[in-house]
Write a protein that binds this ligand. Structure first.
Ligand SMILES: NC(=O)c1ccc[n+]([C@@H]2O[C@H](COP(=O)([O-])OP(=O)(O)OC[C@H]3O[C@@H](n4cnc5c(N)ncnc54)[C@H](OP(=O)(O)O)[C@@H]3O)[C@@H](O)[C@H]2O)c1
Length: 277
């Protein structure tokens, strides 16, 4: 990890007020040799805009796939809410870094399309019917090796039931609002592992692992392996306005004189529905 310590260098930042940003250090005091905050130096060739999107979504994706699920090349990975911020990052890392076969599961055809653009090999629109049955049609009795779930509830349970022998499921979030209970017999029958992931907690409990997720994300980005999805760019004062009017899409500002982006960018619409998640 390169800690930022000199003016002129660019850095991205993660704090636990839920904020991420990137920028350039313009000056430091004469006695300053390091920084107190958690900063990572942005490598040459990574634009500030991309760097600012990496910490939470890609940090979580890398931790889930690499550290928790130990995903291997060629394995099949099922990603739920695949067009959300975390889901797209998981699809990107699983496909383009780990060379896994990704099934992207999402709640609409537009979201499935977005996940395909990120590299998923196949998709399931669970808005139309059962996830497990659709996965079975895609992979047959081989099922999936890894599932990364940010939705919870029935979607989590169907993902759990879609696991192969010695499969691993990682619980990342409960965007759907329901926390499922794990039927322990399912773990036993196929020697399956269900595990949790709380990325931010690694900052206190295991900083080297936490830090590695950030430096890996920056490195993958520099190598051109991953491409974070930027749904839209807002000025800071516009963000303030959006946050104070959350959920009221009709109040959103025009983007390039058009409001069509609301339906063209599924992940952004969802972010607006649930900005606090
Ligand atoms: N554990 C961790 O360290 C960690 C790190 C990052 C995020 N998270 C959690 O992971 C979840 C997803 O985060 P995100 O940043 O990817 O969110 P996001 O960009 O807002 O995406 C959320 C996705 O959840 C799905 N969803 C299902 N039911 C929903 C509902 N009732 N309201 C809103 N969305 C719903 C939607 O996809 P479909 O319509 O396709 O289902 C949506 O795309 C959140 O619960 C967040 O707190 C946890």
């Amino acid at each position: 990890m390169n800690r930022l310590s000199h003016p002129g260098a660019s850095c991205c930042y993660v704090s636990f007020a839920g904020m991420e940003f990137s920028g350039t250090v313009l000056e430091t005091g004469t006695d300053v040799s390091t920084v107190k905050e958690t900063l990572w130096q942005i490598p040459e060739g990574v634009p500030l805009r991309e760097a600012a999107t990496l910490p939470v979504s890609y940090g979580t994706a890398i931790l889930a796939l690499e550290h928790r699920a130990c995903t291997r090349p060629g394995e099949t990975v099922l990603v739920t809410a695949a067009a959300g911020a975390t889901g797209l990052a998981v699809v990107d890392v699983a496909t383009n870094v780990l060379r896994a076969q990704v099934i992207a599961a999402a709640g609409s055809d537009d979201k499935c399309k977005l996940a395909m653009q990120k590299g998923a090999q196949s998709t399931v629109n669970y808005g139309r019917g059962g996830l497990k049955e659709a996965v079975r049609k895609l992979v047959g009795s081989g099922w999936v090796n890894v599932a990364i779930d940010t939705v919870g509830g029935d979607v989590f349970l169907e993902a759990l039931r879609s696991l192969a022998w010695e499969g691993r499921i990682v619980v990342v979030g409960f965007a759907g609002g329901t926390i499922a209970s794990v039927p322990a017999n399912l773990l036993l029958l196929k020697n399956v592992s269900a595990m949790g992931l709380y990325w931010g907690r690694y900052k206190e409990q295991n900083f080297p692992v936490f830090s590695r997720t950030l430096s890996s994300a920056l490195q993958y980005c520099q190598q051109g392996l991953i491409q974070p999805h930027i749904g839209a760019v807002f000025k800071l004062e516009e963000i303030q306005k959006l946050r104070s009017r959350e959920g009221r899409c009709s109040d959103l500002p025009d983007i390039n004189g058009s409001r069509e982006w609301q339906s063209q960018d599924p992940s952004l619409v969802v972010w607006l529905r649930s900005p606090g998640t």
